[in-house]
Write a protein that binds this ligand. Structure first.
Ligand code: 0X9
Ligand code: ZN
Length: 833
């Protein structure tokens, strides 16, 4: 989704009185400090959140507290000293025994946070899961929240709920889409040649769209009702379903603590195969982000195998994406034990999965009660992270689950990567849904992924989002031109799409986005990168459809009978295991010697758009890639990405094989058809046939069909239809006196230009179209840039550098660097073409 240049639409400064944090004296206020230290003599690997355990249960310590507020409880844990340990925490309602909040990260830095009411009696339970820390420090805060928009039970909202609806806006071309993006609305990814689905959060949004002159129809008049409905369906589904066909058998959306706990349990139960890890940067709210690695001999990260990275939930509300990532973890772990193909693939690769990149945002969205009205205080539909440092002073206060800016606070993690950062399809406004952040990589979430990708040879990256049924590849910005890898990128995207039934296309084809994940990772490292938009029906549709059906390829998912996302993820893994898809270095090195590949370079962002519409020069962002291989003695083989960045390698194109076709005049038939605002339902129009020729006579890289008329108050729409009756391109904007429909690489054949008289400014004076023409251009030839190298070093077992070489390697190539550790002279393995 995109909204650019959105002005903050905060109506008034609402008094979200976040009562100053009260550290609660626990059972005995006088001895609070001592009481706040939880102790357990031994560690017990168990779920802390499954149930409130009796006092004196081994591995557990607990405190009882009573909420002093209507608002939030925050139960935080910190390790008392530096000793390694893993404590978890959970909060239960004492009366009902129901779980209120929990946290189960890998260390002892925990935050369990959720909504409570004044007087509610609670049990805070700390559990020593693993490690040597016999104690952990507990802090419990209660934060009062005034009622506006908060989901505190029992408190009536003071602001009237707004009606959120889904509409389809008619857009004819890229220009129209960019104009729509400029309105700053919540534009979804559901789009095609003729229109885009847009969420209207309320009256303000509706007015913006109405005033813009765009035509639109209402698809869903009450998104809140749909949201409540979905929540109810999920409860019913879980009640009637013991186990699903998912690898884990899961029946409901997980909470953040369940993801973390399941990852560490999988690691504990499969010690040689699975390792859980914490990413380097905690979130703005101080939460650890957890990932998992799966490989045969998982501990040996420097074994030179290709790395396949799957991640999800850059966007808070996109819950199914995290579910798909987590199920993939189970798929690999189970498959390793029971499926010969998966076992073989896992042996040849290393697999990293980060299910919840935006842990803060996800936790808020997941814990908010069903609301889904897309209003400012609708945390369930929050998209961004929790960054507040770019907000105006008065909106910088409060925790993310309750702050005066509501869900508008934060940076869009999928606009914060350096790739083309600062360009189209992102906003400079702190409250906009696509806020790009203060600088490239200003956010902990994007820095985490950047550092992971920079330290490993990630040959394949897939980042999961919802929704719209898309497999998207680079580039995200129109006019960037596809990379030389375009045919390979397209082939892999198309293959995955053949499994899940989604549409495979370059992501700019929908509309521009800049600063997205793979537009950094691919252009900087050469590892294949894709975005998948799971599902067709909302950001977190019912579990049964959005997760079970989409993952397994069952009705009503578009991948029904085709294998679903499970099969698409397997395609990606097979590609990672294919040497022809990446590059390989071979050579010999003594056992225990450490080989290192290093590359450091600068890449410009887009010219940086400014709030006033001007642009500042691009920022040059320094990237450093450093990966390692530990030699096992004798011959080694190292799966790596090509040494030349796709950003400089060149651009894909086609050499013209013949001149382009001469332009064709389209003659306007006599008369004017009746006005028609319901095309294609109403077929009233003028039709002008024309022929597009082909090889060997002409080679057309592009055709542009244009018509003009007198005044911008009149509106003609133009559709180009092929011999089979398919509309292949169109142009149907409003407010202009011209339409141009464009088609790249048009196949030779018979076509028809269909002219629809949408509106006449003055029916008594006919404003007919004229100057109809089809103009042809040659294809653009490919361009090639300079070659770049890696610096390869070899260190002996004492850490002394004993070998150094510059290595050039292309995709699909294997370069033998020889006995690199025994040659002390700098050697250049140049494979320049
Ligand atoms: O806007 C995004 O970041 C992604 N869509 S979502 O609805 N999940 O937020 C898609 C990014 C790439 N899409 C395009 N370039 N159109
Ligand atoms: Zn998304």
């Amino acid at each position: 989704m995109v909204s650019s240049q959105r002005k903050p639409v905060l109506r008034a400064v609402l008094a979200v009185g976040i009562g100053s944090a009260v550290v609660v004296g626990l059972t005995t206020p006088t001895s609070a400090a001592a009481e706040n230290v939880l102790r357990a003599d031994r560690a017990v690997a168990r779920s802390c959140f499954a149930s409130a355990l009796p006092a004196r249960t081994p591995g557990v310590d607990r405190r009882e507290v009573t909420s002093t507020v209507d608002g939030l409880i925050q139960a935080r844990l910190a390790a008392k000293d530096k000793t390694a340990g893993d404590w978890d925490v959970a909060v239960f309602d004492k009366t009902t025994g129901k779980l209120v909040a929990a946290s189960a990260a890998l260390g002892s830095r925990e935050l369990a946070e959720s909504f409570v009411v004044k007087g509610q009696q609670l049990v805070v339970q700390g559990c020593r899961y693993a490690g040597d820390a016999r104690s952990a420090v507990l802090g419990v805060d209660f934060l009062a929240i005034t009622p506006q928009g908060t989901p505190t039970p029992g408190v009536a909202a003071k602001t009237a709920p707004e009606q959120a609806e889904l509409v389809r806006v008619a857009t004819a071309d890229q220009q129209d889409k960019n104009k729509l993006l400029g309105l700053g609305l919540d534009v979804t990814e559901k789009a095609d040649a003729t229109g885009v689905d847009v969420v209207l959060a309320g009256a303000d949004d509706r007015k913006v769209l109405q005033d813009s002159g765009f035509r639109f129809e209402v698809l869903n008049p009450d998104l809140s009702a749909t949201s409540r409905d979905n929540a109810r369906k999920d409860v019913e589904f879980a009640e009637r379903t013991k186990v699903t066909g998912l690898p884990s058998g899961r029946t409901t959306y997980r909470h953040l603590w369940e993801y973390d706990f399941e990852m560490k349990e999988l690691a504990r139960k499969n010690p040689g195969l699975v390792q859980a890890f914490t990413l380097p940067h905690p979130t703005v709210e101080g939460v650890d982000v957890v990932g998992v690695e799966i490989a045969a001999n998982v501990a040996n990260k420097a074994d030179g195998k290709p790395v396949n990275l799957l991640m999800a939930t850059h966007h808070a509300r996109e819950w199914p994406s995290a579910e798909h990532a987590m199920e993939w973890v189970y798929e690999l772990v189970d498959g390793y034990a029971h499926d010969t193909e998966i076992r073989d693939l896992v042996k040849r690769t290393r697999n990293i999965v980060v299910p919840v990149v935006n842990a803060d945002g996800f936790s808020i969205s997941r814990e908010a009660e069903p609301k889904g009205d897309f209003s400012r205080f609708d945390y369930e539909m929050k998209r961004k992270n929790c960054q507040a440092s770019d907000s105006p002073e008065q909106y910088r206060t409060g925790v993310c689950k309750a702050n005066p800016a509501g869900a508008q606070r934060g940076t869009d993690p999928n606009r914060n990567y350096a790739g083309f950062w600062g360009g189209a399809g992102a906003t400079t406004s702190w409250s906009g849904e696509t806020f790009r952040g203060a600088a490239p990589f200003s956010e902990p979430e994007t820095r985490n992924i950047r550092e992971l990708v920079s330290a490993r040879q990630v040959t394949n990256l897939l980042t999961l989002h919802t929704y719209s049924g898309l497999v998207l590849r680079v580039p995200g910005v129109f006019g960037t031109r596809p990379p030389l890898d375009e045919p390979a990128n397209k082939a892999l995207g198309d293959l995955m799409a053949s499994r899940n039934g989604y549409t495979s296309q370059p992501s700019w084809a929908l509309y521009d986005t800049s600063g997205t994940t793979e537009d950094w990772s691919y252009w900087a490292t050469g590892g294949y990168g894709y975005t998948m938009e799971i599902g067709l029906d909302g950001f977190h549709p019912p579990y049964e459809t959005g997760v079970v059906a989409e993952y397994l390829g069952q009705a009503p998912a578009p991948g029904a009978g085709k294998g679903g996302n499970r099969a698409a993820f397997l395609d990606m893994l097979r590609n990672a295991a294919t040497p022809a898809a990446h590059s390989t270095l071979t050579g010999t090195a003594p056992r225990g010697y450490e080989l290192a590949l290093h590359k450091s370079f600068q890449t410009p962002t887009s010219p940086v758009r400014q709030p006033d519409g001007s642009t500042a020069p691009p920022i040059y962002v320094q990237d450093t890639l450093d990966s390692k291989l530990t030699a096992t003695g004798g011959k080694f083989s190292w799966a790596v990405n090509p040494s030349t960045r796709p950003y400089v390698a060149g651009r894909y194109g086609r050499e013209p094989q013949a001149p382009p076709q001469q332009s064709i005049q389209l003659a306007n038939p006599a008369g004017v058809p009746a006005e028609n605002t319901r095309f294609p339902v109403d077929q009233t129009a003028e039709r002008i046939p024309f022929t597009i020729k082909g090889m060997p006579e002409v080679d057309n890289g592009k055709v542009a069909v244009t018509v003009d008329w007198g005044t911008t108050a009149t509106d003609w729409d133009l559709y180009i239809v092929d011999a089979s009756g398919q509309t292949v391109t169109s142009s149907a904007s409003g407010g202009t006196n011209t339409e141009t429909a464009v088609l790249y690489d048009p196949p030779a054949g018979e076509y028809t230009a269909v002219l629809v008289n949408f509106h006449q400014a003055d029916p008594s004076v006919v404003d007919d179209w004229g100057r109809g023409r089809a103009q042809f251009e040659s294809p653009v030839p490919p361009t090639y840039g300079p070659k770049e190298s890696y610096t390869l070093t070899c260190k002996d077992r004492r850490g002394k550098i004993v070998g150094l070489a510059d290595v050039y390697v292309d995709r699909g190539q294997t370069v033998d660097v020889g006995a690199v550790c025994t040659d002390s002279a700098r050697e250049t393995k140049a494979r320049k073409k």
